[in-house]
Design a binder for this molecule. Structure first.
Ligand code: HEC
Ligand code: HEC
Ligand code: HEC
Ligand code: HEC
Length: 471
């Protein structure tokens, strides 16, 4: 650093310049943290709307050069015998030829356990068919998961797809997994519940946001909404905490993909899908895919893992966007390893459960809303909440069954003025008919009966309108 020392001498001679010189040094120090121009900007939305991605091509080149996608094993021949016939305990890869099967074993070892090799999953001295190590049991489920990602989630992974390497990168445990955080349960602290905040966490880009937006959005299916669909809503659920979780998740998306918010959103209107880039739709599928991977594969698999794999709250490792993306908008910069590994592609996917066992849920027995009895308060023709619910159900049934006709009959008791009571019974029947109509029922199939005096029963029953199936 020659420049500052020269400046120092200048400063000593002309103390008036001191402030300017200090500023210059400060600027130089600040700029040291910046990237050297020129940067490139890639337009991702309509002109002038700010949907621009700023990239430094030199950094990208350097990162890409560092990336070492392992070379693929030479392709193996398809043909007989099948692995299911040649081996004893093959539950997933049985449809492969023996040559393909062996190729997958070799590749799996290099992607997941390059230092340990076959003994990582096959205990030395045991037969290869034994399931004595948990790693083999987990790997079998991982094979199903990988095929499922490549088959059922093309809306996200396209034909680029994934292999074990996408997540594992040569390690038995992927670098990026998440657990429930201890502070999410913390309470009774003298300073109160921190609400997972003020502990700058890398999960949310070091912002002071709740550090676990994953449990609610990537394991459970919490709705990722901040904006209400209508002005001044009365039942909007986006509380402050929900909003903070949402922003926390968005920080994770940005960090995991190495992009900023405008990669997916137009910041004029975060919620608007019309103004968003297509990448936001891909991300939408990604959210659903991650929930599925956690719910169907990783959470149940945790049972098989040894205690030292568990998080501080005793839950197992789970995936988020970073697990595959690792800071890049397309994992491995879009290199498709799957293209050389048809063995892991969807064509081979087997249902996780045999179809017979997965019988469709028995159809719910149809319950009829008829006959329905709508009760009224003394002297009133207004419907109660219960009455309104009964009518909703009847209207629904009328809509679902176009042949159904109903009779609507008002009843009155003889106490007081009988004529006035009959008139009230008629008005109540009208009220019921109007409510059915308002609920979408076809009035042509509703027959109003003449009001009658009720016989027997309690006086409460007397103030009623009956709806019954007309024959
Ligand atoms: C990451 C774990 C893992 C590694 C590493 C691994 N395997 Fe396997 N191996 C499995 C799984 C899982 C199965 C069962 C596949 C299935 O059910 O479809 C299996 C099954 C086998 C079988 C069939 C045994 C039988 O009779 O059922 C053979 C043979 C085999 N592996 C050989 C190897 C060889 C050789 C290596 C080293 C190059 C190797 N494996 C590395 C997980 C692994
Ligand atoms: C979507 C990401 C993802 C993909 C793809 C994936 N895995 Fe995993 N794998 C994980 C996560 C997360 C864990 C849990 C880490 C742990 O055990 O602590 C895991 C754990 C494992 C383990 C247990 C490791 C241990 O030491 O506890 C094995 C073995 C394994 N995977 C094998 C495979 C194989 C083989 C494939 C490819 C057929 C594969 N995985 C594909 C994410 C993935
Ligand atoms: C990789 C794409 C992607 C990036 C980057 C991203 N988002 Fe999002 N964002 C989404 C998706 C997808 C949804 C909707 C999720 C859903 O419907 O399940 C969403 C929803 C939102 C919402 C809720 C909108 C509503 O309907 O109320 C807000 C607010 C938001 N994002 C803000 C941000 C901010 C701020 C950033 C930058 C820190 C950001 N997003 C970065 C994809 C992204
Ligand atoms: C199982 C691995 C995996 C996980 C987990 C994953 N992705 Fe992806 N994602 C991919 C692959 C592979 C592609 C590349 C698809 C292609 O080549 O078009 C991709 C592409 C994308 C793209 C499109 C990039 C572009 O510009 O075309 C977005 C956006 C994206 N992912 C967001 C997400 C978000 C957000 C999450 C977390 C909710 C997520 N991904 C989780 C594997 C994954």
């Amino acid at each position: 650093m020659n420049a500052p020392s020269r400046e120092e001498t200048v400063v000593r001679r002309h103390s008036g310049f001191r402030a300017a010189a200090v500023a210059a040094v400060a600027c130089a120090a600040l700029l040291a943290g910046c990237e050297r121009p020129p940067m490139e900007s890639i337009q991702r939305g309509f002109r002038g709307d700010g949907q621009v991605q700023i990239v430094n091509p030199r950094l990208y080149e350097a990162e890409f050069a560092k990336l070492q996608v392992p070379p693929s094993q030479p392709a193996a021949e398809d043909g007989e015998p099948r692995a299911s016939a040649a081996f004893k305990n093959v539950q997933v890869l049985g449809d492969l030829s023996v040559a393909q099967f062996t190729r997958v074993m070799l590749s799996m070892a290099s992607w997941v356990a390059p230092d340990q090799g076959c003994p990582y999953c096959h205990k030395a001295g045991d037969d290869f068919s034994a399931d004595s190590l948990y790693t083999k049991v987990v790997a079998r489920r991982m094979l199903q998961m990988t095929r499922n990602i490549n088959g059922a989630w093309k809306d996200h992974v396209s034909t680029t797809g994934v292999t074990c390497y996408t997540c594992h990168r040569g390690q038995p445990v992927p670098s990026y997994v998440w657990f429930k955080d201890r502070s999410s349960e913390e309470s009774g602290h003298y300073a109160g519940w921190r609400n997972q905040q003020n502990a700058p966490a890398t999960t949310v880009g070091l912002a002071s946001l709740p550090l676990d937006p994953f449990s609610v959005f990537l394991k459970d299916s919490g709705e990722i909404r901040v904006e209400a669909p209508v002005p001044l809503p009365s039942d909007h659920h986006a509380t402050i905490q929900h909003t903070e979780w949402t922003y926390g998740l968005m920080m994770h998306f940005s960090k995991a993909l190495g992009v900023n918010c405008t990669y997916c959103h137009n910041t004029q209107q975060f919620a608007s899908w019309q103004m968003s880039s297509p990448a936001r739709t891909t991300a939408w599928y990604g959210i659903r895919m991650v929930r599925h991977l956690n719910g169907d594969y990783l959470v149940p698999l945790a049972e098989k893992l040894p205690a030292e794999r568990m998080g501080p709250m005793g839950d197992g490792p789970k995936v988020n966007c970073l697990t595959c993306h690792q800071g890049v908008y397309k994992p491995l910069y879009g290199v498709s390893m799957l293209k050389d590994y048809p063995e892991l592609a969807a064509e081979h996917e087997q249902p996780a459960v045999a179809p017979a066992a997965e019988a469709a849920p028995a159809a719910e027995p149809e319950t009829s809303a008829l006959p329905a009895r709508v009760l009224f308060a003394v002297g009133k023709k207004q419907l109660s909440t219960d009455g309104a619910q009964l009518i909703e159900a009847v209207a629904k049934q009328l809509k679902e069954h176009p042949d159904l006709h109903v009779d609507v009959s008002g009843f009155a008791d003889k106490t007081g003025n009988p004529a006035a009571n009959l008139e009230l019974a008629k008005q109540r029947a009208f009220a019921v008919r109007d409510a059915l109509k308002a609920a979408g029922a076809d009035v042509g199939r509703i027959v109003l009966k003449k009001p009658e005096f009720s016989v027997g029963g309690t006086s409460d029953d007397a103030r009623r309108v009956d709806i019954s199936e007309a024959h």
